[in-house]
Design a protein around this ligand. Structure first.
Ligand SMILES: Cc1cc2nc3c(=O)[nH]c(=O)nc-3n(C[C@H](O)[C@H](O)[C@H](O)COP(=O)(O)OP(=O)(O)OC[C@H]3O[C@@H](n4cnc5c(N)ncnc54)[C@H](O)[C@@H]3O)c2cc1C
Length: 407
Protein backbone atom coordinates (compact mmCIF):
# COMPACT_ATOMS: atom_id res chain seq x y z
CA UNK A 1 0.00 0.00 0.00
CA UNK A 2 1.00 3.56 -0.64
CA UNK A 3 2.77 5.74 1.97
CA UNK A 4 2.02 9.44 2.27
CA UNK A 5 5.64 10.58 2.08
CA UNK A 6 6.46 13.45 -0.31
CA UNK A 7 2.91 13.81 -1.61
CA UNK A 8 1.96 17.02 -3.35
CA UNK A 9 -1.63 16.51 -4.35
CA UNK A 10 -4.25 15.72 -1.70
CA UNK A 11 -5.13 12.11 -1.03
CA UNK A 12 -8.50 10.43 -0.40
CA UNK A 13 -9.22 7.01 1.05
CA UNK A 14 -12.52 5.62 -0.20
CA UNK A 15 -14.14 2.87 1.85
CA UNK A 16 -16.40 0.73 -0.36
CA UNK A 17 -15.85 -0.08 -4.02
CA UNK A 18 -19.41 -0.10 -5.38
CA UNK A 19 -21.35 2.74 -7.02
CA UNK A 20 -20.71 5.63 -4.59
CA UNK A 21 -17.08 4.56 -4.13
CA UNK A 22 -16.30 4.34 -7.84
CA UNK A 23 -18.06 7.59 -8.72
CA UNK A 24 -16.12 9.36 -5.94
CA UNK A 25 -12.81 7.83 -6.98
CA UNK A 26 -13.14 8.76 -10.64
CA UNK A 27 -14.33 12.30 -9.93
CA UNK A 28 -11.56 13.06 -7.42
CA UNK A 29 -8.91 11.64 -9.77
CA UNK A 30 -10.14 14.09 -12.39
CA UNK A 31 -9.45 16.88 -9.87
CA UNK A 32 -5.88 15.62 -9.47
CA UNK A 33 -6.36 13.86 -6.13
CA UNK A 34 -4.57 10.64 -5.26
CA UNK A 35 -7.27 8.11 -4.63
CA UNK A 36 -7.36 4.61 -3.21
CA UNK A 37 -10.49 2.50 -2.91
CA UNK A 38 -10.71 -0.20 -0.23
CA UNK A 39 -13.39 -2.81 -0.82
CA UNK A 40 -14.25 -5.44 1.78
CA UNK A 41 -15.40 -8.10 -0.64
CA UNK A 42 -13.04 -10.23 -2.67
CA UNK A 43 -15.88 -11.99 -4.53
CA UNK A 44 -16.19 -10.86 -8.17
CA UNK A 45 -18.82 -8.14 -8.27
CA UNK A 46 -20.40 -9.32 -11.50
CA UNK A 47 -22.28 -11.84 -9.36
CA UNK A 48 -24.38 -9.04 -7.79
CA UNK A 49 -27.34 -9.36 -10.13
CA UNK A 50 -29.81 -6.51 -9.85
CA UNK A 51 -31.67 -4.33 -12.30
CA UNK A 52 -31.27 -0.55 -12.16
CA UNK A 53 -33.57 2.05 -13.69
CA UNK A 54 -31.63 4.93 -15.24
CA UNK A 55 -32.45 8.63 -15.41
CA UNK A 56 -30.97 11.58 -17.34
CA UNK A 57 -29.29 12.65 -14.07
CA UNK A 58 -27.37 9.34 -14.00
CA UNK A 59 -26.20 9.84 -17.57
CA UNK A 60 -24.96 13.32 -16.59
CA UNK A 61 -22.91 11.88 -13.74
CA UNK A 62 -21.54 9.11 -15.95
CA UNK A 63 -20.48 11.69 -18.53
CA UNK A 64 -18.79 13.74 -15.84
CA UNK A 65 -16.55 10.77 -15.00
CA UNK A 66 -15.77 10.27 -18.68
CA UNK A 67 -18.18 7.41 -19.35
CA UNK A 68 -20.49 8.02 -22.29
CA UNK A 69 -22.23 4.71 -22.81
CA UNK A 70 -24.51 6.04 -25.56
CA UNK A 71 -26.88 3.31 -26.68
CA UNK A 72 -25.00 0.68 -24.68
CA UNK A 73 -26.19 1.70 -21.23
CA UNK A 74 -28.95 -0.88 -21.21
CA UNK A 75 -32.30 -1.90 -22.62
CA UNK A 76 -34.63 0.89 -23.79
CA UNK A 77 -38.25 0.38 -22.79
CA UNK A 78 -41.24 2.30 -24.06
CA UNK A 79 -43.24 2.56 -20.87
CA UNK A 80 -45.13 0.68 -18.20
CA UNK A 81 -48.14 -1.66 -18.04
CA UNK A 82 -50.22 -3.48 -15.42
CA UNK A 83 -51.34 -7.11 -15.73
CA UNK A 84 -54.45 -8.46 -14.07
CA UNK A 85 -54.19 -11.82 -12.30
CA UNK A 86 -55.76 -13.54 -15.33
CA UNK A 87 -52.99 -12.19 -17.57
CA UNK A 88 -55.04 -9.52 -19.31
CA UNK A 89 -53.69 -5.99 -19.65
CA UNK A 90 -55.27 -3.62 -17.12
CA UNK A 91 -53.53 -0.46 -18.32
CA UNK A 92 -50.51 1.07 -20.02
CA UNK A 93 -48.52 4.26 -19.59
CA UNK A 94 -45.91 5.53 -22.05
CA UNK A 95 -42.62 6.50 -20.43
CA UNK A 96 -39.40 5.78 -22.36
CA UNK A 97 -36.52 4.79 -20.07
CA UNK A 98 -33.30 2.77 -20.21
CA UNK A 99 -33.03 -0.19 -17.85
CA UNK A 100 -29.52 -1.30 -16.93
CA UNK A 101 -28.01 -3.57 -14.33
CA UNK A 102 -25.67 -3.16 -11.40
CA UNK A 103 -23.07 -5.35 -13.16
CA UNK A 104 -23.14 -3.29 -16.33
CA UNK A 105 -22.67 -0.02 -14.44
CA UNK A 106 -19.94 -1.51 -12.28
CA UNK A 107 -17.93 -2.61 -15.33
CA UNK A 108 -18.34 0.80 -17.02
CA UNK A 109 -17.00 2.57 -13.93
CA UNK A 110 -14.38 0.09 -12.74
CA UNK A 111 -12.46 0.21 -16.02
CA UNK A 112 -11.65 3.88 -15.34
CA UNK A 113 -9.66 3.15 -12.17
CA UNK A 114 -6.20 1.52 -12.26
CA UNK A 115 -5.99 -1.85 -10.46
CA UNK A 116 -3.27 -0.55 -8.13
CA UNK A 117 -5.75 1.97 -6.70
CA UNK A 118 -8.60 -0.53 -6.19
CA UNK A 119 -7.88 -2.84 -3.26
CA UNK A 120 -10.16 -5.83 -2.72
CA UNK A 121 -10.56 -8.05 0.33
CA UNK A 122 -9.63 -5.13 2.62
CA UNK A 123 -12.33 -4.58 5.25
CA UNK A 124 -12.17 -1.21 6.97
CA UNK A 125 -12.32 -1.50 10.77
CA UNK A 126 -12.09 2.00 12.30
CA UNK A 127 -10.64 5.46 11.87
CA UNK A 128 -8.77 8.07 13.87
CA UNK A 129 -8.26 11.68 12.85
CA UNK A 130 -6.68 14.98 13.82
CA UNK A 131 -7.58 18.43 12.50
CA UNK A 132 -6.09 17.93 9.03
CA UNK A 133 -5.73 14.23 8.33
CA UNK A 134 -7.55 10.96 8.83
CA UNK A 135 -6.19 7.43 9.26
CA UNK A 136 -8.12 4.31 8.29
CA UNK A 137 -7.30 1.11 10.11
CA UNK A 138 -8.20 -2.15 8.40
CA UNK A 139 -9.12 -5.49 9.96
CA UNK A 140 -5.66 -6.90 9.13
CA UNK A 141 -4.11 -4.13 11.24
CA UNK A 142 -2.70 -2.14 8.32
CA UNK A 143 -3.43 1.56 8.18
CA UNK A 144 -3.52 4.38 5.61
CA UNK A 145 -3.44 8.15 6.16
CA UNK A 146 -4.94 10.81 3.91
CA UNK A 147 -6.47 14.27 3.75
CA UNK A 148 -10.00 12.89 3.36
CA UNK A 149 -11.87 9.64 3.96
CA UNK A 150 -15.04 8.99 1.98
CA UNK A 151 -17.43 6.48 3.51
CA UNK A 152 -19.09 4.75 0.56
CA UNK A 153 -19.59 1.49 2.42
CA UNK A 154 -23.33 1.14 1.95
CA UNK A 155 -26.37 0.58 4.10
CA UNK A 156 -24.51 -1.25 6.90
CA UNK A 157 -21.60 1.24 6.83
CA UNK A 158 -18.83 0.49 9.33
CA UNK A 159 -17.70 4.13 9.15
CA UNK A 160 -21.20 5.34 10.06
CA UNK A 161 -21.32 2.72 12.82
CA UNK A 162 -18.30 4.36 14.45
CA UNK A 163 -19.41 7.99 13.98
CA UNK A 164 -23.19 7.67 14.36
CA UNK A 165 -23.71 4.40 16.26
CA UNK A 166 -27.38 5.15 16.99
CA UNK A 167 -28.32 5.60 13.30
CA UNK A 168 -29.47 2.26 11.90
CA UNK A 169 -31.79 1.26 9.03
CA UNK A 170 -35.47 1.27 10.08
CA UNK A 171 -37.50 -1.68 8.76
CA UNK A 172 -40.58 -0.51 6.82
CA UNK A 173 -42.73 -3.63 7.37
CA UNK A 174 -42.18 -5.32 4.02
CA UNK A 175 -39.52 -7.16 2.03
CA UNK A 176 -38.61 -7.44 -1.64
CA UNK A 177 -38.13 -10.76 -3.35
CA UNK A 178 -35.64 -10.12 -6.15
CA UNK A 179 -34.11 -12.10 -8.97
CA UNK A 180 -33.15 -12.33 -12.61
CA UNK A 181 -34.78 -14.65 -15.15
CA UNK A 182 -33.18 -15.52 -18.51
CA UNK A 183 -35.42 -14.72 -21.45
CA UNK A 184 -34.09 -17.90 -23.08
CA UNK A 185 -35.91 -19.90 -20.35
CA UNK A 186 -39.26 -18.25 -21.08
CA UNK A 187 -41.88 -18.92 -23.75
CA UNK A 188 -42.26 -16.57 -26.70
CA UNK A 189 -45.92 -16.03 -25.76
CA UNK A 190 -44.90 -14.73 -22.34
CA UNK A 191 -42.06 -12.62 -23.72
CA UNK A 192 -44.41 -11.05 -26.28
CA UNK A 193 -46.94 -10.26 -23.57
CA UNK A 194 -44.33 -8.70 -21.27
CA UNK A 195 -42.95 -6.70 -24.19
CA UNK A 196 -40.61 -3.74 -23.93
CA UNK A 197 -42.22 -2.33 -20.80
CA UNK A 198 -41.87 -2.29 -17.06
CA UNK A 199 -44.72 -4.66 -16.21
CA UNK A 200 -46.56 -4.51 -12.87
CA UNK A 201 -48.83 -7.00 -11.19
CA UNK A 202 -50.90 -5.36 -8.44
CA UNK A 203 -53.52 -7.77 -7.09
CA UNK A 204 -54.89 -6.79 -3.65
CA UNK A 205 -52.10 -6.72 -1.10
CA UNK A 206 -49.34 -7.43 -3.64
CA UNK A 207 -46.94 -5.32 -5.66
CA UNK A 208 -44.52 -6.78 -8.14
CA UNK A 209 -42.71 -5.54 -11.20
CA UNK A 210 -40.40 -6.79 -13.93
CA UNK A 211 -38.42 -5.25 -16.76
CA UNK A 212 -35.84 -6.38 -19.33
CA UNK A 213 -32.11 -5.83 -18.76
CA UNK A 214 -29.03 -6.94 -20.70
CA UNK A 215 -27.98 -10.60 -20.66
CA UNK A 216 -25.08 -11.86 -18.54
CA UNK A 217 -22.60 -10.94 -21.29
CA UNK A 218 -24.24 -7.60 -22.13
CA UNK A 219 -26.56 -9.12 -24.75
CA UNK A 220 -29.23 -6.61 -25.77
CA UNK A 221 -31.04 -8.82 -28.31
CA UNK A 222 -34.55 -9.86 -27.22
CA UNK A 223 -34.50 -13.51 -26.21
CA UNK A 224 -30.88 -13.31 -24.99
CA UNK A 225 -31.52 -10.76 -22.24
CA UNK A 226 -32.67 -11.18 -18.64
CA UNK A 227 -35.73 -9.92 -16.81
CA UNK A 228 -35.30 -8.21 -13.48
CA UNK A 229 -37.99 -9.14 -10.95
CA UNK A 230 -38.99 -7.42 -7.69
CA UNK A 231 -41.96 -8.49 -5.55
CA UNK A 232 -42.76 -6.39 -2.48
CA UNK A 233 -44.55 -8.40 0.21
CA UNK A 234 -45.64 -7.42 3.70
CA UNK A 235 -43.87 -9.19 6.57
CA UNK A 236 -45.00 -7.38 9.68
CA UNK A 237 -44.83 -9.98 12.42
CA UNK A 238 -41.65 -11.31 13.97
CA UNK A 239 -42.61 -14.83 12.84
CA UNK A 240 -42.99 -13.74 9.21
CA UNK A 241 -39.72 -11.82 9.27
CA UNK A 242 -37.82 -14.68 10.88
CA UNK A 243 -39.14 -17.17 8.29
CA UNK A 244 -37.83 -14.99 5.48
CA UNK A 245 -34.69 -13.38 6.85
CA UNK A 246 -33.08 -16.45 8.45
CA UNK A 247 -30.53 -17.84 6.02
CA UNK A 248 -29.70 -21.46 5.23
CA UNK A 249 -27.08 -21.46 8.04
CA UNK A 250 -29.78 -20.48 10.52
CA UNK A 251 -28.42 -16.92 10.92
CA UNK A 252 -30.90 -14.05 11.13
CA UNK A 253 -30.11 -11.29 8.59
CA UNK A 254 -31.28 -7.70 9.01
CA UNK A 255 -30.93 -6.16 5.55
CA UNK A 256 -30.67 -8.87 2.89
CA UNK A 257 -30.37 -12.59 2.26
CA UNK A 258 -28.20 -13.17 -0.82
CA UNK A 259 -28.84 -15.69 -3.62
CA UNK A 260 -28.18 -19.31 -2.53
CA UNK A 261 -28.69 -18.37 1.14
CA UNK A 262 -32.47 -17.93 1.13
CA UNK A 263 -34.31 -20.72 2.96
CA UNK A 264 -35.76 -23.36 0.62
CA UNK A 265 -39.03 -23.30 2.60
CA UNK A 266 -39.39 -19.54 2.10
CA UNK A 267 -38.77 -19.91 -1.64
CA UNK A 268 -41.35 -22.71 -1.87
CA UNK A 269 -43.99 -20.55 -0.15
CA UNK A 270 -43.18 -17.61 -2.42
CA UNK A 271 -43.51 -19.77 -5.57
CA UNK A 272 -46.82 -21.25 -4.34
CA UNK A 273 -48.22 -17.79 -3.51
CA UNK A 274 -47.10 -16.52 -6.93
CA UNK A 275 -49.30 -19.16 -8.59
CA UNK A 276 -52.27 -18.03 -6.54
CA UNK A 277 -52.07 -14.27 -7.02
CA UNK A 278 -49.80 -13.17 -9.87
CA UNK A 279 -50.51 -13.10 -13.61
CA UNK A 280 -49.53 -16.24 -15.56
CA UNK A 281 -46.75 -14.33 -17.36
CA UNK A 282 -45.16 -13.33 -14.09
CA UNK A 283 -45.61 -16.82 -12.62
CA UNK A 284 -43.63 -18.25 -15.56
CA UNK A 285 -40.94 -15.65 -14.93
CA UNK A 286 -40.79 -16.45 -11.20
CA UNK A 287 -40.54 -20.18 -11.96
CA UNK A 288 -37.49 -19.58 -14.13
CA UNK A 289 -35.57 -17.61 -11.48
CA UNK A 290 -33.17 -20.18 -10.09
CA UNK A 291 -31.82 -18.16 -7.18
CA UNK A 292 -34.24 -15.57 -5.80
CA UNK A 293 -32.92 -13.35 -3.03
CA UNK A 294 -34.44 -11.14 -0.37
CA UNK A 295 -34.08 -7.55 0.70
CA UNK A 296 -35.72 -5.96 3.74
CA UNK A 297 -37.17 -2.56 2.81
CA UNK A 298 -35.80 0.12 5.11
CA UNK A 299 -35.45 3.86 5.60
CA UNK A 300 -32.12 5.33 6.66
CA UNK A 301 -31.32 8.97 7.36
CA UNK A 302 -28.16 10.54 8.79
CA UNK A 303 -28.48 13.88 10.61
CA UNK A 304 -24.86 14.73 9.75
CA UNK A 305 -22.59 13.48 6.93
CA UNK A 306 -19.36 15.37 7.60
CA UNK A 307 -17.16 14.58 10.63
CA UNK A 308 -13.86 16.45 10.42
CA UNK A 309 -12.15 14.97 7.38
CA UNK A 310 -14.75 12.22 6.85
CA UNK A 311 -17.61 12.46 4.34
CA UNK A 312 -20.42 9.87 4.30
CA UNK A 313 -22.34 9.42 1.05
CA UNK A 314 -24.47 7.05 -1.05
CA UNK A 315 -26.42 4.38 0.83
CA UNK A 316 -24.12 4.82 3.83
CA UNK A 317 -25.76 8.23 4.38
CA UNK A 318 -29.36 7.86 3.17
CA UNK A 319 -31.41 4.94 1.91
CA UNK A 320 -34.69 5.74 0.19
CA UNK A 321 -37.09 2.89 -0.55
CA UNK A 322 -36.40 1.29 -3.91
CA UNK A 323 -39.70 2.49 -5.46
CA UNK A 324 -37.79 5.71 -6.10
CA UNK A 325 -35.30 3.81 -8.30
CA UNK A 326 -32.80 6.53 -7.45
CA UNK A 327 -30.14 4.86 -5.28
CA UNK A 328 -27.38 4.67 -7.87
CA UNK A 329 -28.22 8.07 -9.32
CA UNK A 330 -28.13 9.56 -5.83
CA UNK A 331 -24.78 7.88 -5.13
CA UNK A 332 -23.42 9.50 -8.29
CA UNK A 333 -24.94 12.89 -7.55
CA UNK A 334 -23.60 12.87 -3.97
CA UNK A 335 -20.12 12.19 -5.35
CA UNK A 336 -20.45 14.83 -8.07
CA UNK A 337 -21.59 17.47 -5.59
CA UNK A 338 -18.64 16.63 -3.32
CA UNK A 339 -16.17 16.84 -6.21
CA UNK A 340 -17.66 20.17 -7.32
CA UNK A 341 -17.36 21.55 -3.79
CA UNK A 342 -13.71 20.43 -3.58
CA UNK A 343 -13.03 21.93 -7.02
CA UNK A 344 -14.28 25.34 -5.88
CA UNK A 345 -11.79 25.80 -3.04
CA UNK A 346 -8.47 24.43 -1.83
CA UNK A 347 -9.85 24.62 1.70
CA UNK A 348 -11.06 21.05 2.24
CA UNK A 349 -12.93 21.83 5.44
CA UNK A 350 -14.88 24.68 3.80
CA UNK A 351 -15.72 22.44 0.84
CA UNK A 352 -16.98 19.66 3.11
CA UNK A 353 -19.11 22.07 5.08
CA UNK A 354 -20.76 23.46 1.92
CA UNK A 355 -21.31 19.96 0.51
CA UNK A 356 -22.91 18.68 3.69
CA UNK A 357 -25.89 21.06 3.38
CA UNK A 358 -26.53 19.90 -0.17
CA UNK A 359 -26.17 16.19 0.65
CA UNK A 360 -28.51 16.37 3.66
CA UNK A 361 -31.23 18.24 1.76
CA UNK A 362 -31.13 15.80 -1.17
CA UNK A 363 -31.07 12.70 1.02
CA UNK A 364 -33.98 13.87 3.17
CA UNK A 365 -36.03 14.64 0.06
CA UNK A 366 -35.37 11.18 -1.40
CA UNK A 367 -36.27 9.36 1.81
CA UNK A 368 -39.53 11.35 2.07
CA UNK A 369 -40.42 10.46 -1.50
CA UNK A 370 -39.61 6.79 -0.88
CA UNK A 371 -41.96 6.74 2.11
CA UNK A 372 -44.73 8.38 0.09
CA UNK A 373 -44.37 5.80 -2.69
CA UNK A 374 -44.19 3.04 -0.10
CA UNK A 375 -47.48 4.22 1.44
CA UNK A 376 -48.98 4.08 -2.02
CA UNK A 377 -47.88 0.56 -2.88
CA UNK A 378 -48.79 -0.70 0.58
CA UNK A 379 -52.17 0.99 0.60
CA UNK A 380 -54.34 -2.04 1.14
CA UNK A 381 -52.14 -4.10 3.42
CA UNK A 382 -49.98 -2.13 5.82
CA UNK A 383 -51.97 1.07 6.24
CA UNK A 384 -55.54 0.72 4.97
CA UNK A 385 -56.45 4.23 6.13
CA UNK A 386 -53.41 6.11 4.99
CA UNK A 387 -53.24 6.19 1.23
CA UNK A 388 -54.58 9.55 0.13
CA UNK A 389 -51.95 9.78 -2.61
CA UNK A 390 -52.56 6.43 -4.28
CA UNK A 391 -56.31 6.11 -3.95
CA UNK A 392 -57.04 9.60 -5.17
CA UNK A 393 -55.29 8.89 -8.46
CA UNK A 394 -56.04 5.21 -8.81
CA UNK A 395 -53.29 3.00 -7.45
CA UNK A 396 -52.48 1.36 -10.77
CA UNK A 397 -52.01 4.61 -12.65
CA UNK A 398 -50.11 6.19 -9.77
CA UNK A 399 -47.76 3.20 -9.56
CA UNK A 400 -47.08 3.35 -13.31
CA UNK A 401 -46.49 7.11 -13.22
CA UNK A 402 -44.44 7.43 -10.05
CA UNK A 403 -42.23 4.32 -9.76
CA UNK A 404 -38.53 4.86 -10.53
CA UNK A 405 -38.82 8.42 -11.80
CA UNK A 406 -36.96 11.36 -10.25
CA UNK A 407 -39.30 13.16 -7.81
C1 LIG B 1 -35.13 -3.88 -4.41
C2 LIG B 1 -34.14 -2.79 -4.79
C3 LIG B 1 -34.22 -2.23 -6.06
C4 LIG B 1 -33.37 -1.17 -6.40
N1 LIG B 1 -33.51 -0.61 -7.62
C5 LIG B 1 -32.75 0.45 -7.94
C6 LIG B 1 -32.93 1.10 -9.21
O1 LIG B 1 -33.76 0.72 -10.06
N2 LIG B 1 -32.16 2.18 -9.48
C7 LIG B 1 -31.23 2.64 -8.59
O2 LIG B 1 -30.54 3.63 -8.87
N3 LIG B 1 -31.02 2.04 -7.39
C8 LIG B 1 -31.76 0.97 -7.04
N4 LIG B 1 -31.57 0.39 -5.82
C9 LIG B 1 -30.60 0.98 -4.87
C10 LIG B 1 -29.12 0.77 -5.22
O3 LIG B 1 -28.86 -0.61 -5.36
C11 LIG B 1 -28.24 1.38 -4.12
O4 LIG B 1 -28.72 2.65 -3.79
C12 LIG B 1 -26.77 1.55 -4.58
O5 LIG B 1 -26.20 0.29 -4.83
C13 LIG B 1 -25.95 2.28 -3.48
O6 LIG B 1 -24.59 2.32 -3.81
P1 LIG B 1 -23.47 2.50 -2.68
O7 LIG B 1 -22.17 2.43 -3.39
O8 LIG B 1 -23.79 3.67 -1.83
O9 LIG B 1 -23.66 1.24 -1.71
P2 LIG B 1 -23.46 -0.31 -2.03
O10 LIG B 1 -23.77 -0.60 -3.46
O11 LIG B 1 -24.19 -1.05 -0.98
O12 LIG B 1 -21.89 -0.54 -1.83
C14 LIG B 1 -21.24 -0.50 -0.58
C15 LIG B 1 -19.88 -1.19 -0.77
O13 LIG B 1 -19.12 -1.06 0.42
C16 LIG B 1 -18.50 -2.29 0.70
N5 LIG B 1 -18.24 -2.34 2.15
C17 LIG B 1 -19.15 -2.47 3.15
N6 LIG B 1 -18.54 -2.46 4.34
C18 LIG B 1 -17.20 -2.30 4.09
C19 LIG B 1 -16.06 -2.20 4.93
N7 LIG B 1 -16.14 -2.29 6.28
N8 LIG B 1 -14.84 -2.05 4.35
C20 LIG B 1 -14.72 -1.98 2.99
N9 LIG B 1 -15.79 -2.06 2.16
C21 LIG B 1 -17.02 -2.22 2.70
C22 LIG B 1 -19.52 -3.33 0.24
O14 LIG B 1 -18.94 -4.60 0.02
C23 LIG B 1 -20.02 -2.68 -1.04
O15 LIG B 1 -19.25 -3.03 -2.15
C24 LIG B 1 -32.38 -0.67 -5.47
C25 LIG B 1 -32.27 -1.29 -4.21
C26 LIG B 1 -33.13 -2.31 -3.87
C27 LIG B 1 -33.03 -2.92 -2.50
Amino acid sequence: MMTDANRKSPRALIIGGSMAGLFSALLLRKLGWQVDVFERSSVPFSSRGAGIATHPELVTVLQSVGVDPGDALGVPIIGRCVFDSDGSLAGTFDLPQVMTSWGRLFRLLRVGLPDENYHVGVPFARLVQDHKSVTAIFTDGQSERADLLIAADGISSTVRGQLLPHIVPRYAGYVAWRGMASESDMSSVTLDALGERMGFCLPPGEHCLTYPVAGPNEELTPGARRRNFVWYRAAMSETEQAALMTNTDGERQTVSVPPREVSGDAIAVMRKDAREVLSPQVVELVDSIAEPFLQAIVDLECPQVVFGRVAILGDAAFVARPHTGMGVTKAGEDALALANALARTANIDAALSAWQQQCLAYGQRMVRRGRKLGDMVNADRIDPQGDAFGRARGVERAVMMETAVPG
